[in-house]
Design a binder for this molecule. Structure first.
Ligand code: HDD
Length: 716
């Protein structure tokens, strides 16, 4: 604990202002807590060496265990208490360490130290999560993803606790418990896990028009990202940045993934629940281990104070975006996630985020959802982490010095020296002392804002528009995306038992987004949707632009095949040279070719070479890869064509709009599986060179979108 910043002796003049973080500061801070058992004896928690860890102390070899056995009791006692309450929301998460580096332009917007110097790397810890399910639920469920970032800055921790969607379900935090009770598994039977497709969720949202915009986002393919590296992140609320002159500007925070935005297909996401429930966390873990780091650009939409009321909507309303065409996103930095945690519980589970953790240069607005959050997060950590000292847990500690007069409570680690735990004091030299606000290295000062108002329990009429931006989102989707949204509402409502809830959605909510959307979903439920929007004009709101291209997932497709996984199907007799050629070409583009075989036994390639499979057909099914290639080799292709798993592999890839290529005899597998060749994204050729370029181009578009209308004809 010698370097614990909390315990640095506070004698003499403090040097807090000289404190500077670097990329390694958090890792160095964690180092003193890391424990490596290599070469050490097994001991009890109080240090006694253990001679026998297999047998409890008994009265005779076949007799009862004795209470005296402190080794046994300590071990069981600790085990019995290993669990802490899971998060009430966002229970399932995965996290990584990394750094944030500002661009040259960042300092003009905020005096926060992390934005000042382009060369400076501030350590970060980011936890991604799903919202609805418990800790053991699946990664690829239809849900919002949490995107919570802890910046360990020179001036303390800043937590940007965002999501992968830019709006929220409710406008006022007082509705949060209602919303969460409605979306969580139902109280009488705890069903369903990880899903919103149930009565209480649709009952609530159909009675709460303000949820419409966000629900529409969750009905889009954004609700199951392919990879955490492929999703955007948003601070959601309007925040403030304060510059060195004390000037405040409104901002919305954005994370833009450098690898582009892409999602799974709903059928694929569902199949992954069973085939690889850890799909997203595994990919992130493996990529980081392989040195394929996750990268995001950090951007802000900036609105000058005087422009606050220039929009069709209220900047304080968290159910609204600022369309990027009205206020473009200015990139001000970059984040790289490059290190996996050492221990899931100590880091990912015990990390405690809180939107109230800000540093000078960043401030809140009066968004009523944000205001409520400023209370809720600290409160929940008390229960989850067992009291007010959770800030001392290694992952939560700031890396800068932190001294104050808070004392005692459960599990206090810090040994505070001195007699005066109050301020002002003259006994301990007046330390720790306040720091006046300043352009640099100052104390935190809330933005000086005039509030002249009645105490009132009401919602501003400027929060009354519940539909215009849902319509904007709908209008901005491509035809394929719209079809997926229609299918999503149809599916979700099909799980709702009470007919009046389905009717309410189709007759009273969906038409306000778009009449055609309501008609199509209604048709699938045998419910006639109205032909005119039923909501009052103030609820429909005003829409000053008809479309926002930035809202389509297609706006940020990767364009390349970096980090993509390609299955190369092989059985005995496969053309080994083609496999080698393919692997090389894929590697050169930053992608990975994986040999998938009927079993894990080495494949005997034509010509005698032996190829070691990376996985088996049912061990790495098509849902776990981005594209499939069938190399030539008559025996290999015939064996795959005769196997149900072999045919299913390419059928399923076809259904999920993946690029498929067959080289030489490989085409026979596609024929046997009734996968139509000769159409876009199903490529055949005599040699690897014939299919590689079109395969790469198709994968760069993430999926073969033109196939979508007929994909469901495939029975896989
Ligand atoms: Fe929240 C966790 C994001 C509204 C109360 N929230 C939590 C996490 C994320 C968000 C990413 C997980 C953090 C982690 O990985 O540990 N929450 C949001 C966003 C919101 C939002 C983007 C709206 C813009 N949240 C919200 C409201 C309230 C809460 C309105 C309560 C008034 N959120 C919580 C919580 C959680 C939480 C109950 C559960 C676990 C935790 O805080 O640490 O306090």
């Amino acid at each position: 604990m010698a370097n614990n910043p909390h315990t640095t002796p506070n004698s003499g003049a403090p040097n807090d202002t000289d404190f500077k973080t670097n990329e390694q500061s958090k890792s160095e801070n964690l180092e003193k807590y890391r424990s490596d058992a290599t070469g050490h004896d097994l001991r009890t928690n109080h240090g006694t060496r253990i001679a026998d860890n297999h047998n409890s102390l008994k009265a005779g070899e076949r007799g009862p265990t004795l209470l005296e056995d402190f080794v046994f009791r300590e071990k069981l006692n600790h085990f019995d208490n290993e669990r802490i309450p899971e998060r009430i929301v966002h229970a399932r998460g995965a996290a990584a360490h990394g750094y944030f580096q500002p661009y040259d332009n960042a300092a003009q917007y905020s005096k926060a130290s992390l934005f000042q110097d382009h060369g400076k790397k501030t350590p970060v810890f980011v936890r991604f999560s799903t919202v609805q399910g418990s800790r053991g639920s699946n990664d690829t469920v239809r849900d919002v993803r949490g995107f919570a970032t802890k910046f360990y800055t020179d001036e303390g921790n800043w937590d940007l606790v965002g999501n992968d969607m830019p709006v929220f379900f409710i406008q006022d935090a007082i509705k949060f418990p209602d919303f969460v009770h409605a979306v969580k598994p139902e109280p009488h039977n705890e069903i369903p896990q990880g899903q919103s497709a149930h009565d209480t969720f649709w009952d609530f949202v159909s009675l709460m028009p303000e949820s419409t915009h966000m629900v529409l986002w969750t009905m889009s393919d954004r609700a199951f990202p392919r990879h955490y590296r492929n999703m955007e992140g948003f601070g959601v609320h309007t925040f403030r940045l304060i510059d060195k002159q004390g000037r405040s500007r409104f901002v919305k925070f954005h994370w833009k993934p450098l690898a582009g935005t892409c999602s799974l297909i709903w059928d694929e996401a569902q199949k992954l629940w069973g085939r690889d429930p850890d799909f997203n966390r595994r990919m992130m873990w493996e990529d980081i281990e392989n040195g394929d780091f996750l990268e995001y650009e950090f951007g802000i939409q900036v609105v000058e104070e005087e422009d606050e009321h220039k929009f069709d909507f209220d900047l304080l309303d968290p159910t609204k975006i600022i369309p990027e065409e009205q206020v473009p996103v200015t990139p001000i930095g970059k984040m790289v996630l490059n290190r996996n945690p050492d221990n899931y519980f100590a880091e990912t589970e015990q990390v405690a985020f809180n939107p109230a953790h800000v540093v000078p240069g960043i401030d809140f607005t009066n968004d009523p959802l944000l205001q409520g959050r400023l209370f809720s997060y600290l409160d929940t950590q008390m229960l989850r982490l067992g009291g007010p000292n959770f800030n001392e847990l290694p992952i939560n500690q700031p890396v800068c010095p932190f001294h104050n007069n808070q004392r005692d409570a459960m599990h206090r680690q810090t040994i505070n020296k001195g007699q005066a735990s109050y301020e002002p004091n003259s006994i301990d030299g007046g330390w720790p002392s306040e720091t006046p606000a300043a352009p640099e290295n100052g104390g935190f000062e809330s933005h000086y804002e005039r509030i002249d108002a009645h105490k009132i329990r009401a919602r501003s009429p400027s929060f009354g528009d519940h539909y215009s931006q849902a319509t904007l989102f709908w209008n901005s989707q491509t035809d394929v995306e719209k079809e997926h949204i229609i299918a999503a509402y149809t599916f979700e409502l099909s799980k709702v038992q009470r007919p009046w809830i389905r009717e309410r959605m189709i007759k009273e909510i969906l038409p306000n987004i778009d009449l055609e959307l309501a008609r199509r979903v209604g048709e699938n439920h045998g419910i006639e949707a109205p032909t005119e929007k039923p909501a009052a004009p103030e609820e429909l709101g005003r829409i000053s632009q008809l479309e926002s291209p930035a809202l389509s997932l297609m706006a940020r497709l990767p364009g390349n095949i970096q980090y993509r996984k390609v299955a190369i199907l092989a059985a005995d007799g496969v053309d080994g040279d083609q496999i080698e050629a393919l692997k090389k070409k894929l590697e050169a583009e930053g992608a990975q070719g994986l040999v998938i075989a009927p079993s894990m036994a080495p494949v005997k390639a034509a010509g005698g070479k032996s190829v070691t499979p990376d996985a088996m057909l049912n061990g790495m099914p098509s849902v776990a890869v981005d594209a499939v290639v069938v190399p030539g080799g008559t025996d290999s292709v015939e064996a795959l064509a005769q196997s149900g798993q072999g045919r299913y592999y390419v059928q399923e890839a076809y259904k999920h709009l993946k690029a498929i290529a067959a080289v030489g005899e490989g085409k026979l597998l596609l024929d046997a599986a009734d996968v139509p060749t000769g159409e876009e994204g199903v490529l055949t050729g005599a040699a690897v060179d014939d299919v590689f370029a079109p395969l790469r181009d198709a994968m760069g578009q993430h999926r073969v979108w033109a196939r979508d209308p007929k994909a469901n004809d495939m029975p896989a």
